[in-house]
Each structure stands twice: as structure tokens, then as C-alpha cells.
Design a protein around this ligand. Structure first.
Ligand SMILES: *[C@@H]1O[C@H](CO)[C@@H](O)[C@H](O)[C@H]1NC(C)=O
Ligand SMILES: *[C@@H]1O[C@H](CO)[C@@H](O)[C@H](O)[C@H]1NC(C)=O
Ligand SMILES: *[C@@H]1O[C@H](CO)[C@@H](O)[C@H](O)[C@H]1NC(C)=O
Ligand SMILES: *[C@@H]1O[C@H](CO)[C@@H](O)[C@H](O)[C@H]1NC(C)=O
Ligand SMILES: *[C@@H]1O[C@H](CO)[C@@H](O)[C@H](O)[C@H]1NC(C)=O
Ligand SMILES: *[C@@H]1O[C@H](CO)[C@@H](O)[C@H](O)[C@H]1NC(C)=O
Ligand SMILES: *[C@@H]1O[C@H](CO)[C@@H](O)[C@H](O)[C@H]1NC(C)=O
Length: 499
């Protein structure tokens, strides 16, 4: 129906041009634009076209019809119709077909007055394989009636103007493949559902839909993120997503397209090529680590300007905050210790080269109060003594009251001497009173305390082994499972608390 109306209208003004040029079109479009002039009755032809068919785009141009522009439009339209090999340009103009025409496609794209009045008869536009550069050619979207748009195999860049596609309700075929668009934003996922991934192959906009990190399989295996993914996940590194920064590192909370929240540590440092290679090697090791008490390493990214490490986003509560907050009971503390030791054992057995920081501020807590070791790196194979020492300090921090911990300032040796001078009653006073330690628990806590002291004792040449630490903590942890009810009974009858 529409086609019929349009073609008859089209027919009404094409002869004007044709009548000026006996042999179809006389010259190149540029020459015609320069040399042809409106016939004297052009004004009335256009007005009567608009009376018959007010939906023609040029009829609604405001405030007044720009006859000069409309005339230029008719010249370009008749050339483009002919270039697109439409069968009968006097009657109909169904397609713009400039595929494989790098010499003229950019020129036609530049005639904004043509696209502004885009003939309603055009149903498909093909501008593929023309090496065209620059921003997305938004002018073609004036042709809101089109059913098919192919811009594949060009070098268009920048954002795809996704909002501008919503008026194109009849568009069923779209191909933006093989371009250099920016990675699209999470909020645009509706658009990417409207057209499937074969419309965006190697377009830059969409890398892979199957995985949270949307990486091509080759990059997926090596856990490599592209700068564009990070840019999209942080809305172009906007301050809204920045959660912490220092001179060398910026920390972002990013959101991948599938909604996964991630922590992105960006290092804006300029390191030599060798160190880059080392960084990549280390990232490959870290990406293989897998333990429930280790923050999940999701991937890495490098570019000329920065290095980045991407890990899972966790709750921001660390053990230090947890301890100083509600004063958790002993069995909860044991659960945390158990998780930390289990993770230490996993790393020692499978990844001895991985070094980590055990520290009440660097151990985070998951939603179900599982500890997460969050600072780790590929380091020194021979750091076992330091790791045991670190655990000892952590263990003592988990048990002793804040007051006593200040004694640490005197150094380990002084602290150990100080602890040894204490009798049992004194010792009870040192324990974080909010644990509400009962007699039964006190026995466990005392064992844990002496384990902690052994771990930090530098004068002791054979420190407890990790296996021994694991067994001690595991035993206490198992016993504590049976405790809560016993604990209650005990408390009701004889509340022995260390006040
Ligand atoms: C019209 O199209 C034909 C076939 O595509 C072409 O040979 C001819 O040069 C075109 N004429 C003009 C004036 O563009
Ligand atoms: C022709 O144009 C003039 C001004 O440009 C306008 O006043 C007049 O109404 C137009 N004539 C017709 C027949 O539309
Ligand atoms: C793209 O155009 C070039 C010539 O400009 C041609 O050799 C090539 O086959 C075309 N590719 C496709 C996919 O049409
Ligand atoms: C889509 O097609 C329908 C039916 O041909 C038509 O009524 C409607 O105007 C078209 N939509 C646009 C945006 O051109
Ligand atoms: C994408 O959609 C087209 C039809 O529009 C279909 O032929 C093709 O198989 C689909 N491809 C994928 C990967 O879903
Ligand atoms: C888009 O174009 C590319 C390159 O020619 C092709 O591989 C892909 O299948 C096309 N997609 C669709 C949806 O036709
Ligand atoms: C604990 O972590 C903080 C913050 O990273 C760090 O400054 C401090 O040196 C760490 N303490 C120990 C004993 O490792």
C-alpha cells in the first residue's frame, strides 16, 4: 500500500529532473548539485505532493519548506536510486545498495539533506564493505521505516546510538559486524536481545554472550579482559564507580554486562616490557587458584597505559571490623580460623609459590561468615616461616582483647615474655571478654593461645608445622560444633564468665 503511494509521489518529482537532463542523469551527483536549478513550477509540484501525501518527510519540515534543500534532495535521490541498481528509478526506490562501493558510499552518506528527507519507499540500506571510518552514521536512522540495515565490514567507531534505534520498529535485519565500536553498556542489553550475536560479530560492541566476562574463547582460557570490557563495566572509569585510590592504584567496583559485580584494581604505572611479561605469567598462575576461602581471581588486563587485576566483588567487611563490632562468640571465631588454615594448607600443597597476607584487615568475610584471603601474589617459595608467623599474629588477634594487643608494639620477643609471666587467672583477663568464655571453651582458647605464641616465637627454631596447626584448629572446630547447646546449659546453671 505504502509503496504504491510513495512511488506515485516519487514519480511526480523525478520527471522534473529528468526533463532537465535528456539522458537520465547528465553528470556526477556533485556536478548536478552545482549546476541544476529548480524549475519555475517546482514550488507548486512540491505543495501538491504534500497535499496528496502529507506523510512525505519533506512536508513536515518546519518552519517552512526549504525548497532549495528539497530540490537538492531530489537530485541526490535520483542518482542514489540509479547507483543502487533499482529496476525503475522513475517509479520506485526500494533500496540503497552501496555494498563494496568505497569510492562513492562516503559521499552519499555525507548528504545530510538526503537522509533528513529519506524517501519512505526505501526498505533496505546496505553500506557494507566500504572501509568507512568515524562515528556511527546516525543520519541513516532518519529512515525509520527500513527493515534491513547493513553496515558491516567498515571501520566505524565510538558508541552505537542504541536509543536512536527505538523508532525503527520494522527493522528485522541488522548487521554491524566487523567494525570498531566501543564495548556496549550493561543497560543496553535489551537491544542486544532484539538482534542476536550474529549481527555484532567482531564489532567491538559485544564480545561473547556466553560467559560473564564475555570473552572470545581464546582470551577466556587465559582469563584476559580487554580494556573495552573494563571501560564498559565502569562507565568509562567514571568516578561513580571509583571506590578507592592511591598514587599507583585506582580501585573500581565494576559491573559486567551479565550483572556480575567485580573489583577492578587498575595500576597506572609505567613498567618495562620484561615486568609486563612477568605480570602476565603471574596472572596466569593466580587464575588457576581455586579455594572457597580465597577471593576469586577472575582475570587480568594489560594495555600500554595500565595493568589491571579483576577479582570477585565481596562484602566490604573485614575481620578487624567484625571483631570490633559485635564481639563474635568463640565458635564463630573458630570457623574463621578453620577457613584460613584450610586455605593455607591448600596453597602450601598446590601453590607453594603463592604468597599471601594474613591480617585482620586483609581477611574479608563473605555473607555466611566464611573468611576470604584477599591479598595474595606470586612470590617466594621459601616463605613458610613468615606465613606461620603471620598466622600466629592473626590467631592472637582473634583471641586477645584490644588492650593486650597494644603490647605487640614491644615486639614479638617482649610480647612472648610478657605472656609467659601470666598465670591462668591473669590470662583469662587478657581474652576478649565479649566472647563470654566458659570453662569448657577456656580450655580450647588456652590451647589456641599457646599455639599462637609458638608460631610467633622467633627463638624457637622449629615452629609448629602447618599440618600440626591444621589438626589443632580442626579438633577445636569439631568440638565447638557440639558446644552451642552445652554452652547454653552451662551458662544457665553456672555463668562462669571472665569479667
Ligand atoms: C545509472 O546506473 C547505471 C547502472 O548502474 C550506470 O551505468 C550509470 O552510469 C548510472 N548513471 C548515472 C548518471 O549515475
Ligand atoms: C510558492 O512560494 C511562495 C513563496 O516562496 C509561496 O508564497 C507560494 O504560496 C508558493 N506557491 C504555491 C503554489 O505553493
Ligand atoms: C569487499 O570489497 C573488496 C574490494 O573492495 C572485495 O575484494 C571483497 O571481496 C569484498 N568483501 C566482501 C565480503 O564482499
Ligand atoms: C512498520 O510497518 C507498518 C506496516 O507496514 C507501518 O504501518 C508502520 O508505519 C511501519 N513503521 C515505521 C516506523 O515506519
Ligand atoms: C540469528 O538470527 C538469525 C535469524 O534472524 C538466525 O538465522 C541465526 O541462526 C541466529 N543466530 C544465532 C547465533 O542465534
Ligand atoms: C554480518 O556480516 C558478516 C560479514 O559479512 C557475516 O559473517 C554475518 O553472518 C552477517 N550477519 C548476519 C546477521 O547476516
Ligand atoms: C595489615 O594490613 C595493613 C593494610 O594492608 C598493612 O598496612 C599492615 O602492614 C598489615 N600488618 C601486618 C602485620 O602485616
Amino acid at each position: 500500500m505504502i509503496m504504491v503511494t510513495i512511488s506515485s509521489t516519487w514519480y511526480l518529482f523525478l520527471p522534473i529532473i529528468l526533463s532537465l537532463c535528456p539522458i537520465t542523469l547528465c553528470a556526477s551527483v556533485l556536478e548536478d548539485l552545482k549546476n541544476l536549478h529548480q524549475p519555475p513550477d517546482f514550488n507548486s509540484t512540491i505543495f501538491s505532493n504534500c497535499l496528496k501525501n502529507p506523510s512525505l518527510r519533506y512536508c513536515s519540515s518546519s518552519p517552512m519548506l526549504d525548497l532549495d534543500e528539497i530540490f537538492k534532495f531530489t537530485i541526490v535521490a535520483s542518482h542514489l536510486c540509479n547507483e543502487s541498481k533499482n529496476p525503475n528509478c522513475v517509479e520506485s526506490f526500494p533500496k540503497v545498495d552501496l555494498r563494496n562501493r568505497p569510492n562513492i558510499a562516503p559521499l552519499y552518506l555525507s548528504f545530510d539533506f538526503f537522509w533528513k528527507y529519506c524517501p519512505l519507499s526505501i526498505m533496505s540500506i546496505d553500506l557494507s564493505n566500504n572501509s568507512m571510518k568515524g562515528d556511527f552514521p546516525t543520519d541513516v536512522l532518519y529512515c525509520t521505516q527500513i527493515q534491513s540495515l547493513d553496515l558491516s565490514i567498515n571501520a566505524f567507531s565510538g558508541d552505537i546510538p542504541i536509543q536512536s534505534f527505538s523508532p525503527l520498529t520494522n527493522l528485522t535485519f541488522l548487521n554491524l559486524s566487523y567494525n570498531c565500536f566501543s564495548e556496549s553498556k550493561l543497560s543496553d542489553s535489551q537491544f542486544f536481545k532484539r538482534f542476536n550475536s550474529s549481527s555484532f560479530l567482531h564489532s567491538g560492541a559485544l564480545l561473547d554472550q556466553k560467559r560473564p566476562d564475555f570473552l572470545p574463547s581464546k582470551l577466556q582460557r587465559s582469563r584476559r579482559f580487554t580494556p573495552a570490557i573494563l571501560k564498559a563495566a565502569t562507565n568509562d572509569f567514571s568516578n561513580k564507580y571509583l571506590v578507592g585510590k592511591s598514587d599507583v592504584v585506582h580501585i573500581y567496583k565494576g559491573i559486567l554486562r551479565d550483572g556480575t559485580e567485580v573489583k577492578i584494581e587498575m595500576y597506572w604505572d609505567d613498567i618495562p616490557r620484561d615486568s609486563y611479561r612477568k605480570f602476565v605469567e603471574e596472572c596466569k598462575v593466580l587464575s588457576k587458584l581455586h579455594h572457597k576461602n580465597l577471593v576469586r581471581f577472575l582475570g587480568w588486563c594489560r594495555s600500554r597505559k595500565f595493568r589491571a587485576i579483576i577479582t570477585e566483588w565481596t562484602r566490604e567487611e573485614n575481620v578487624e571490623m567484625w571483631l570490633s563490632g559485635s564481639g563474635p562468640p568463640w565458635n564463630h571465631r573458630l570457623k574463621v580460623l578453620m577457613g584460613v588454615v584450610a586455605c593455607m594448607r591448600y596453597l602450601q600443597e598446590e601453590w607453594p609459590e603463592v604468597d599471601y597476607e594474613l591480617n585482620t584487615s586483609s581477611i574479608l568475610l563473605s555473607d555466611n561468615v566464611e573468611p576470604l584471603i584477599s591479598r595474595f601474589k606470586v612470590g617466594d617459595q621459601n616463605s613458610n616461616r613468615r606465613k606461620i608467623h603471620g598466622f600466629g599474629v592473626f590467631l592472637l588477634e582473634m583471641i586477645l582483647s584490644r588492650k593486650v594487643q597494644e603490647e605487640f608494639d614491644g615486639g614479638d620477643a617482649g610480647f612472648i615474655r610478657f605472656m609467659r609471666t601470666l598465670n591462668l587467672a591473669d590470662l583469662k583477663q587478657m581474652i576478649d571478654e565479649r566472647m563470654k568464655v566458659t570453662e569448657t571453651i577456656f580450655h580450647q582458647v588456652k590451647q589456641a593461645l599457646s599455639l599462637g605464641l609458638m608460631c610467633i616465637d622467633q627463638s624457637n627454631s622449629d615452629k609448629p608445622s602447618l599440618a600440626m596447626i591444621f589438626n589443632t584448629i580442626a579438633r577445636a572446630y569439631k568440638a565447638s560444633h557440639a558446644l552451642p547447646s552445652a554452652n547454653h546449659r552451662f551458662k544457665r546453671h553456672m555463668p562462669v564468665q571472665t569479667k
